[in-house]
Design a protein around this ligand. Structure first.
Ligand code: CA
Length: 224
């Protein structure tokens, strides 16, 4: 899952970026509205975290332009001003949620996860399933055949991507950009290593095998 943060306050931006990265997300950070809008329009982010008071374009202008361009990405507004009209304006423009600064990171992370679960369709689901494998997005737990499986943040992110796009062959380049912040030409050994570890935990002791390597193309997760 890839998140774009648009925040001009260096400390806040760095803090949110680091916290989200440690929680297994790939994070882009823009320091002003113009760069933020450009990244939001051209990028493939799953969520936009948008500060209201920004140099260049403010958060409202970014959101308005983004919605007019037809981009359906969920938006979490960060506002320093605890005023009702600010929230109303943000929600009217199509923000999905807002947080008033200052806020605790744990609350921020909870909002982020809720918005990502709801996704682009507006439907909220808290679990992904394939055969007897279940990934609980709310509690960040993975269970297969009734057995709890411990995953690292990256392994969880990798499995979540595979399960969200079940039956689809995911090229290494896509996995690299969505789970790690890497380009296609980067060393893809890191993906193979993580995939091997994930399969050892999720597939080795179970039948049927769910994750397959598609030679020369990438990986797919599907229940046969
Ligand atoms: Ca600001």
């Amino acid at each position: 899952m890839k998140i774009l943060i648009v925040e001009d306050e260096p400390k806040t931006g760095d803090y949110l970026q680091q916290g989200l990265a440690e929680s297994g997300f790939v994070v882009d950070l823009a320091r002003n509205g113009v760069d933020g809008l450009h990244l939001a329009v051209t990028g493939d982010h799953d969520l936009l975290v948008l500060d209201v008071m920004l140099p260049g374009l403010n958060g409202w202008q970014v959101l308005e332009t983004l919605r007019r361009s037809g981009k359906e990405i969920p938006v979490l507004f960060l506002t320093a001003r605890d005023q009702v009209e600010d929230r109303v304006r943000g929600l009217e423009l199509g923000a999905d949620d807002y947080l008033v600064k200052p806020f605790a990171f744990s609350e921020f992370l909870a909002r982020v996860r809720t918005l990502l679960r709801r996704g682009r369709s507006g439907m909220e689901s808290t679990a992904l399933r394939a055969a007897d494998l279940e990934l609980d997005l709310l509690r960040r737990r993975v269970v297969r055949g009734g057995q709890r499986i411990d995953l690292t943040a990256k392994e969880f992110a990798l499995l979540e991507l595979l399960m969200r796009r079940q039956g689809e062959v995911l090229p290494r380049s896509l996995i690299a950009s969505q789970v790690w912040d890497m380009n296609f030409d980067s060393d893809t050994n890191v993906i193979e290593v993580a995939m091997r570890r994930l399969r050892a935990k999720v597939d080795d002791a179970f039948e049927p095998k769910l994750i397959r390597t598609v030679r020369g193309m990438g990986y797919v997760l599907e229940a046969p």
